[in-house]
Design a protein around this ligand. Structure first.
Ligand SMILES: N[C@@H](CCC(=O)N[C@@H](CS)C(=O)NCC(=O)O)C(=O)O
Length: 202
């Protein structure tokens, strides 16, 4: 049995952590907590009192929040996925918080109202508003990767993984107005670990 346990089905934000674990080559046990009640059992609520996924248990240490988990796993493993220089580490936090606060919810709104909800429950106005909220943020990413392949420079890091994994649903979006961001997103998802993580949910 591996020391690292990842709680959460792949068709949830646990996808982000599964990708990171694969990227780092970490052995893990995958505990299939979903939304069928398994996330609200006393056993799981003892692991994560909110009953949300993902959570990890690393030996006796428990951590929730998908992107914080990824920072933890990457920092524990060190270079090359986690940057060595303080400034690059700070940029990693910046991109990660940007993904959590500026991208995650509008992308969820857009996805829910274009592909996730049953057609009769979709509201095109919500999807359109989400896209207009996202436009400047996608332009920011586009600018960041126009002159270099990855967010911090020449190497793929946990900053890319965190932002790209939050953008998962935009793989089905129209990113023609931000071609550099589109090429970067495709580059990230072309990685073997990303392909393996996708295969768990698609
Ligand atoms: N900010 C948290 C969000 C966790 C979260 O809300 N996960 C969803 C699945 S993607 C969940 O567990 N929903 C079930 C619930 O809220 O009861 C993270 O990134 O890990």
């Amino acid at each position: 049995m591996a020391d690292l346990k990842i709680y959460g089905i792949a068709r949830s934000r646990a996808f982000r952590v599964l990708w990171a674990a694969k990227e780092l080559g970490l052995p893990y046990d995958h505990v299939q907590i979903g939304f069928d009640g398994s996330n609200k059992t006393p056993e799981y609520l003892a692991v994560n009192p909110l009953g949300t996924v993902p959570t990890i248990a690393d030996g006796a240490f428990r951590l929730s929040e998908s992107l914080a988990i990824n920072l933890y796993l990457a920092k524990r493993a060190g270079s090359p996925l986690y940057p060595a220089a303080l400034e690059d580490e700070a940029r990693t936090w910046q991109w990660t918080l940007f993904a959590a606060t500026e991208l995650d919810f509008p992308i969820l709104d857009w996805a829910r109202h274009t592909m996730v909800l049953p057609p009769e429950k979709r509201d095109p106005a919500v999807a359109a508003k989400a896209l207009s909220t996202l436009a400047p943020k996608l332009a920011l990413i586009d600018g960041a990767v126009r002159e270099r392949p990855y967010l911090l420079g020449d190497r793929f890091t946990i900053a890319d993984l965190n932002v790209a994994s939050v953008m998962y649903r935009l793989l089905w979006g129209d990113l023609t107005r931000t071609p550099a961001a589109k090429a970067w997103l495709d580059r990230c998802y072309d990685r073997p670990a990303a392909r393996e993580a996708r295969a768990l949910r698609e």
